[in-house]
Ligand binder design. Structure first.
Ligand code: EZ4
Ligand code: CO
Length: 412
């Protein structure tokens, strides 16, 4: 390995193979290339500009080997700390540098992080439906694919929707759910917490009766309940042995989880909208959650995510890396390298990407029998096909908003 690997160029690549992705590609003087994911769903171009206009000029000529130094430099010298746009931009640089170091070393990134701590990363898939029959078909499809852990979301009767639903009918039998809509206008959905709170226990009673005790079941509340409502839901779901209940209440106020925790033993997962170790400090130190849901892409990359998971590990809290379709295959690969290496791995979310996405991003991670493995290719193991990427130009897309029956904007 050469002692210094000067950065010659850094390009911000925007493409939309079924959905938007922002990728940073760093190239060294010797032509070694590293990729980083900078995709922030619904706000993609803000990160692209942050990188192109404010970060790329700082990277040229730097030593690509100095990952920790570059992380600290970008974080501290910006002066304006944290936040999803900054932390996604820093993440992309960080991932690309780990990729370069791995390619130069001839080793997969998980080897650089200390080597594998397990044979593979337990993954959970999404199942959803317009009603229980529809959801049942979706669950059976996931079980047939080999998943042992499945997140269940279903439309709440009388509410005209719910979070995370792609009916089998609406998705042409693919059962894929994509939250960002390209419709151009902002989509709004209805929400009614009382109806939801009545229906959620029925959903899981049905699921256990239908699929038995062994399958691991997860559920995402998507920040929609108050702390006391969340506490009540957690308690009501205890008989159904959930693997986790996710984002049961907004966590900006970390202390609010004390109230939830006092009332239920249902395991709690939080963190896909948080982006630094500081956002988790109370949650972790007071053991208010069981799984850290941060993503490698929005939480400062491999360097910061590993720091966060190591901190959580001191409190017997495990990882649950965010892995929706809006994390690109580069981000998914980075998450898997971290997940394979750390001791306190919990589970990895896996919303499989559309086949068009894989025409642009050639991956070497693999799925078998419910487990994902990052593969043994040097670096992150992902290649970017420019010719394929150019076929898919950026299309504005928005995440929905939710409104209560009286028209009040609610957490989506
Ligand atoms: O709504 O990633 O657990 N997964 C989720 C995701 C999020 C999207 C937002 O961009 O909640 O589906
Ligand atoms: Co979620």
């Amino acid at each position: 390995m050469t002692a210094v690997a000067r950065i010659r160029s850094a390009e911000v690549l925007v493409t939309s193979p079924s959905r938007n992705f922002v990728t940073l590609r760093i190239t060294t003087d010797d032509g070694v290339v590293g990729l980083g994911d900078a995709t922030l769903n619904g706000r993609e171009l803000a990160v692209a500009s942050y990188l192109r206009d404010h970060v790329v000029p700082l990277l040229i000529g730097r030593d690509a080997h100095r990952i920790e130094d570059t992380w600290q430099f970008l974080y501290r010298s910006a002066y304006w700390r944290r936040g999803p746009i900054t932390m996604s931009a820093v993440a992309a640089v960080d991932m690309a540098l780990w990729d370069i170091k791995g390619r130069l070393a001839g080793m997969p990134v998980h080897q650089l992080l200390g080597g594998a701590s397990r044979d593979g990363c337990l993954a959970y898939a999404h199942a959803s439906g317009a009603d229980l029959e529809d959801l049942g078909d979706s669950v059976r499809a996931r079980l047939d694919e080999g998943y042992r852990a499945i997140r269940l979301q279903v439309a709440v009767p009388g509410m005209g929707g719910g979070y995370g639903i792609a009916s089998a009918r609406a998705s042409g039998g693919r059962y894929t759910y994509e939250p960002a809509k390209r419709a151009g206008l902002h989509i709004e959905e209805g929400w009614d917490s009382r109806r939801y709170l009545r229906y959620a226990p029925e959903l899981f009673e049905w699921a256990r009766a239908e699929f038995g005790p062994e399958v691991m079941l997860l559920h995402d509340v998507h920040h929609r309940l108050t702390p006391i409502e969340a506490a009540r839901l957690g308690r009501a779901l205890e008989p159904y042995d959930l693997f986790w209940l996710e984002d049961c209440t907004p966590a900006e106020n970390q202390e609010s989880l004390r109230l939830v925790r006092r009332h239920t033993t249902t395991p709690l997962a939080i963190g896909e909208v948080l982006n630094s170790v500081w956002d988790f400090r109370t949650l972790i130190q007071e053991q208010l959650i069981d799984y850290v849901r941060a993503s490698v892409t929005h939480t400062g990359g491999i360097t910061h995510l590993k720091r966060l998971f190591d901190f959580a590990g001191q409190y017997q809290i495990k990882s649950g890396s965010h892995g929706p379709t809006d994390i690109s295959p580069v981000g998914m690969s980075a998450a898997l390298h971290v997940g394979l290496a750390i001791h306190n791995f919990g589970i990895q979310e896996h919303m499989a990407h559309h086949e068009l996405t894989h025409e642009v991003f050639r991956t070497s991670y693999r799925f078998a029998d419910g487990f994902l493995h990052p593969g043994d290719a040097p670096g992150l193991g992902v290649d970017y096909d420019d010719a394929a990427a150019e076929r898919f130009s950026y299309e504005p897309a928005f995440l929905p908003a939710a409104r209560l029956v009286d028209g009040t904007v609610h957490d989506w």
